[in-house]
Each structure stands twice: as structure tokens, then as C-alpha cells.
Design a protein around this ligand. Structure first.
Ligand code: GLP
Length: 260
């Protein structure tokens, strides 16, 4: 038996609107990455032309490493996979090392056989923003995401849907809270370099995906995970909207699950 089978345990919760939420509590980051990768690998084997919704942040890096390993050992191919990323900073050139475009290439796309034409990230071109957002939304209406990967911000944001973002939003441009800017300061030299705004899929867009896999690790996510799963469903805690999704897996380590 693999280590992950020993440590992770799963609680299935029936939800009032039907559907199942799986809460999978793993020992550590490695096992969270392993468990999430198993879901995605199984999806890619079953449907090689899957449409994946992808996230940035440090949490999914371990998952992406495992997908790269699966590709290298010939278990999966991304040749026919289409991807849509959740969000992108405004105010940063795409070639900036901390843009999400750069992040995704560095941590996943450069290491797999994905067709560059099948990669989609929200545009951050200020001059064409309005039209580009409409195009992104139109594309997402044509391509229903099979599995959407999500992290969570320490304030409960998903993508860059900050507290207060309406649940029905499609992709939109938004301001970042100071908490989020401070959380992301670790990727930059100075707070003034951290973008103040971003483009993000809205919660309405995210909720249209067939399955959602949210991953979170570490003590600084414990409060957000508790409120997401046990608090009221409210725009004040954007991730709480996911409890209305019929096919949600929440994969956390023991630290992020500490308050449950
Ligand atoms: C950013 C991203 C989110 C991500 C969050 C958490 O704000 N826009 O999609 O979930 O960071 O990041 P981390 O995984 O680094 O804690």
C-alpha cells in the first residue's frame, strides 16, 4: 500500500442540494499533492482531451511536479488537453517572472507535451482588456472545465475573488486586498512591486466546472478552511460558495484541517 493510502482519510458529506463533498485530510504537503495528482491523472487517462482549470500560488506546485512525473513515465499525455487558468495579475508584463503566465510555464507547461495553442490564461493587456475578458468568458462557455484545481487565500479568496465578490460573477478585473498583496509579497522584493489588481475567473465561472479540487496546506489556511466548510455560505468568505457545487473534493493537510 502506498503511504498516501495509509495517512489520508476521507469524509464524504452529503449536501442538501444533492451531490457529495469529499474532505480528504492528509498528513502533509507531499500527500496532498499526491492525492490531488491521482484525481487528475485518473481524469487524463479516462479522457485524454480533458479540459483542465488550473491555479497558481505555491500550493499546486507539488501537484504539477507529480503531473510532470506522470507524463515523463508515459502514464499521461497532455497533447490533447486544453487548459484555462484562473487568474493573472494586471500591471505585470506576461514575461515578468512573477506573472502567472511565467509561473505556469516554469512549473508545468515547459515540461509536458501540451500544445501552446491549447493554453489559456486571462489577458492582462490593459488596452484590449474588456474585449479579451469577453473572449475568455465566451471560450469558457464553449469549453466546460472537467476538473478545476483551486488553492485558497488566507482570507478565503479563490482565484482572485476577494471577499465581497458576487457569487454569480464571470471573469472580471478586480482590486486585490492588502492581505492578499501582503501574502504574495514573498514573491517580490518590495510591497510596491506587488500588483494591486488582477483579472480572475468569477465564482460563477468556477462553479460551472464539472468537478472542483481545492487544495490547502499549512496553519495559515486553517481559519479559511474552517470558515469555508463550517461557516455560513457568504460572499465574505468566497470559498464558501463551493459548498453549493455538486462535485467538490477538498484536500488538506493536518495543519490546514486543525480547526475542523
Ligand atoms: C493567489 C492566487 C490563488 C491562490 C492563492 C494562494 O492569490 N490567485 O489562486 O489560491 O494565491 O496561494 P498559495 O498557494 O501560495 O498560498
Amino acid at each position: 500500500m502506498k503511504l498516501v493510502d495509509v495517512y489520508c482519510f476521507c469524509v464524504n458529506e452529503k449536501k442538501s442540494k444533492g451531490g457529495i463533498m469529499e474532505l480528504i485530510i492528509c498528513k502533509n504537503y507531499e500527500e496532498v499533492s499526491q492525492k490531488a495528482s491521482e484525481i487528475l491523472i485518473e481524469q487524463l487517462i479516462r479522457k485524454p482531451n480533458s479540459i483542465l482549470g488550473l491555479a497558481t500560488g505555491s500550493t499546486p506546485v507539488g501537484l504539477y511536479n507529480k503531473l510532470i512525473e506522470a507524463y515523463k513515465r508515459g502514464q499521461v499525455s497532455f497533447k490533447n488537453v486544453i487548459t484555462f487558468n484562473l487568474d493573472e495579475y494586471l500591471e505585470l508584463d506576461r514575461r515578468h517572472p512573477e506573472s502567472y503566465f511565467s509561473f505556469m510555464h516554469k512549473n508545468l507547461f515547459n515540461h509536458i507535451d501540451i500544445n501552446e495553442d491549447n493554453i489559456h490564461l486571462p489577458s492582462n493587456n490593459i488596452k484590449t482588456l474588456e474585449g479579451d475578458i469577453k473572449t475568455y468568458n465566451d471560450l469558457l462557455k464553449l469549453h466546460q472545465v472537467d476538473v478545476q484545481v483551486l488553492g485558497i487565500g488566507s482570507n478565503g479568496h479563490i482565484g482572485f475573488n476577494e471577499p465581497g465578490s458576487p457569487f454569480e460573477n464571470e471573469t472580471f478585473a478586480t482590486k486585490l486586498t492588502e492581505q492578499t498583496r501582503n501574502d504574495n509579497l514573498r514573491f517580490f522584493n518590495h510591497i510596491d512591486e506587488v500588483p494591486r489588481s488582477a483579472v480572475t475567473m468569477g465564482i460563477g465561472t468556477i462553479m460551472r466546472s464539472k468537478k472542483i479540487v481545492l487544495i490547502a496546506t499549512g496553519l495559515n489556511k486553517a481559519d479559511a478552511i474552517f470558515k469555508m466548510l463550517k461557516g455560513p455560505i457568504t460572499t465574505a468568505l468566497p470559498a464558501s460558495a463551493l459548498r453549493n457545487h455538486p462535485n467538490l473534493a477538498v484536500i488538506v493537510d493536518e495543519l490546514a484541517a486543525k480547526n475542523l
